[in-house]
Design a binder for this molecule. Sequence first.
Ligand code: NAP
Length: 433
Amino acid sequence: MRHVAVIGSGPAGYYTAEALQKQFGDEVRVDIIDRMPVPYGLIRFGVAPDHQSIKAVYRRYEKVALSDNVRFVGNVLVGRDVTVAELRGLYDAIILATGAPSDRPIGIPGDDLPGVIGSAAFVGWYNGHPDFADLDPPLDIETAAVIGNGNVALDVARILSKTPAEFVGSDIVAHAFSMLGNSAIRSIHILGRRGPHQIAMTPKELGELAHLEDAVPRVELDDFPPELDDALLEPGQRKSVTHLRDFARLEADKRKTILFDFFAKPVRIEGEGKVERLIVERTMLDERKAAIGTGETYEIPCGLIVSCIGYKTPPIEGVPYEEDRGRFANHEGVIGEGLYAVGWARRGPTGTIGTNRPDGYEVAERIAADLGSARGRKEGRPGLDRLLESRGVDVCTFRDWQKIEEAEIQRAREGSPREKFVAITDMLGARGR
Ligand code: NAP
């Protein structure tokens, strides 16, 4: 028998468990440890609440979770309740699948003013992450600025633009639903430090902006290179740029506007005790397509700034870490003997949910090669249970999660698939123990 601990129950964690099952069949026991009492990480707390079709992938993870040799060990924080060194003593292999749930700081003067929010916090707030329940973003303002030209920036701009009716069918949490419904925001700037050809937005997500009930996207065609140059782009990017160009033809007849500010690099945030304006420097591209400042600046009066410039993996004591890349130091997923990383904790925050799948399969093969034909010699589950019990840790099992989920479905408002519990105490309470 091989005993494997996977830390993190998001997509990377479950794809890895699935791969380990395929690799070892009945000869493996996998414990998926998560700091939250509830599973699925990014699917629950990161994917936009109005993107239920993307969230539906959790059904695949559920199948893995329900198999006999995979166990969910929730409400256990590695580093606090158990250390990586202790886990190494108990398991034949440890796989870090902790994702990248922390914000990269924007690092400009004024970024500590109230009203400047990182996307991990903002996305966590509308998705019911317990850490961000009290965020209380200022929405009683007219203009918001969203920094970044990736899909997270699109998610944030779209969520800020939607009407309550457009959230039907979503699992947006009650506190965010009600605050967004009363929002005074009328214009949302999306700032890219480079141009339309350099966006990191995908076509489907970008196309959605053209169909919002109460908001319309706007671009300045002067920002675009000649249309003939679009032919040089790879097909997906070309499609995205076509969407952007099409935005110029839309009627500006809705209450809210989403403005694309290209070649716009934030340099300073100003305000008396809170955000009042963002100072932006116009840029141009050098020959390597990097943004260089022109020295010319303009200001965007705004009361909320959400910076969507990428994420980082929080370090764990005793695990080598690459500060500049915000991920665990690893070579092709191997951190050290018996210690591996998958997903964003391995690669950094790039790619779609499915990109994590090959990581899991690669690491399972790697573990098989590293362990060879030798049977694992570690104790695995019973050892962890003993340790956690001795420390009074209130572990959440997958059965507990099923009860929490049932309760969330029962208390859902009409048209919503669930009403998530936000406080950890409420999640634990819903187990009915
Ligand atoms: P991302 O795709 O890496 O985009 C980050 C953006 O921030 C880029 O436009 C980047 O510009 C910009 N940026 C970085 N540092 C900056 C700075 N200091 N000042 C101004 N702009 C800065 O990251 P993301 O949007 O967080 O998304 C993470 C991953 O999740 C991506 O792979 C994304 O596709 C995926 N995702 C997918 C979906 C979906 O499929 N529906 C939804 C959400 C997220 P430069 O290019 O100039 O560096």
